[in-house]
Ligand binder design. Structure first.
Ligand SMILES: [Zn+2]
Length: 335
């Protein structure tokens, strides 16, 4: 059985899943602010600001906030209308997890929502994380999984996304260790945000497996920003999942910090499938920006069910195979 915001559901009811999204999120605290920002940075995000965000998703601070319930219901209904059944919301407490809101939008839209627990990367951490013991951090996750989140009876269905920075800090290491302990105890899957431009996935896997977590319960997120086939293969050879979770994010910040394009991601995905890695790859959008919502002119949670799916089949990935990635792979990971 799988914990969702509306209670337990059997694995057979998961259907078509997005393995990592955010329905509500507040990333504003993680945005670097120098003080010299132009007025547009402090303006409200709307369609006219889209041009601003192609070379920097945080050129408008408000783009980093998803909190509108009515729009979220619309977005989830849009996902459902395109064949989506379930999404995993990886938002941690410190970046806006709100299980009561998630419960309402799940009820209204008919989309199953699975929520996570644990802490994001250091910049977002609550102040107490710095001095908290591994056991305290583990106990929080245990409570969220076994008893309920924030005094509700809504239980976390996964651990994560646990955050790590370019250099994995002491606080992050404690959180990862705690996630490893609770992951090993409960058998819950663990999503880990790794820095986009490093190869920290190896270190993360080492820390988690040292606590007894099975590789097939670990997913290294964001491997599709900078496409490094050998890094990805190296992780896959350890038996962990890797997640292509930036579909819809094609930002060109500069040559060093560019995001791969969706078509490049699909072409690499096809190669990895041909090499026999199909069962350990997850595909999603990791929506965390207003500009990604349909209501703001974006492609929405259904992007992987529309354009990306077409891209996959046009580039030689069988529709059946693509479908299995969105169903069987997610189910196997979280069950
Ligand atoms: Zn995420």
């Amino acid at each position: 059985m799988i914990n969702t915001v509306l209670g337990e559901i059997p694995e057979s009811k998961l259907g078509v899943c997005s393995s990592h999204e955010h329905v509500f999120i507040d990333m504003r605290g993680c945005v670097e602010i120098t003080g010299g920002e132009p007025p547009v940075f402090y303006s409200k995000m709307d369609a006219e600001k889209r041009a601003e965000i192609y070379d920097d998703p945080y050129a408008v601070l408000d783009n980093a906030l998803l909190d509108e319930e009515d729009k979220a219901i619309f977005e989830l209904k849009y996902f459902k209308a395109h064949g989506g059944d379930t999404l995993i919301d990886c938002t941690s407490d410190e970046i806006g997890r709100d299980v009561n809101k998630l419960k309402r939008v799940s009820l209204e839209s008919g989309v199953n929502i699975i929520v996570g627990c644990g802490h994001y990367y250091a910049k977002a951490h609550f102040a107490y994380v710095k001095d908290a013991s591994v056991e305290t951090l583990a106990e929080e996750m245990r409570t969220d999984i076994l008893k309920g989140i924030a005094g509700t009876d809504i239980k976390a269905g996964i651990i994560g996304e646990i955050g790590t920075s370019a250099v994995i800090g002491d606080g992050e290491r404690k959180v990862l260790t705690a996630a490893g302990i609770v992951g090993a105890e409960t058998g819950k899957a663990i999503h880990v945000h790794t820095d986009l431009y490093t190869e920290n996935g190896f270190e993360v896997v080492k820390i988690l497996t040292a606590e007894g977590v099975k590789p097939q319960k670990i997913c290294i997120d964001h491997v599709d920003v900078l496409l490094r086939p050998d890094y990805i293969r190296g992780l896959l050879d350890l038996g962990v999942y890797v997640e292509f979770d930036n579909f819809g994010k094609e930002f060109y910040i500069n040559e060093k910090r560019r995001f791969a394009y969706d078509l490049e991601r699909i072409r690499l995905l096809k190669r990895l499938i041909d090499e026999g890695y199909k069962k350990r790859i997850l595909v999603c959008n990791d929506i965390c920006l207003k500009s990604m919502w349909v209501s703001y002119g974006g492609q929405g949670y259904a992007h992987i069910l529309r354009t990306v799916k077409n891209m996959a089949t046009e580039n030689g990935i069988e529709e059946k195979t693509y479908g299995e990635i969105l169903t069987d792979n997610v189910r196997e990971f979280i069950k």
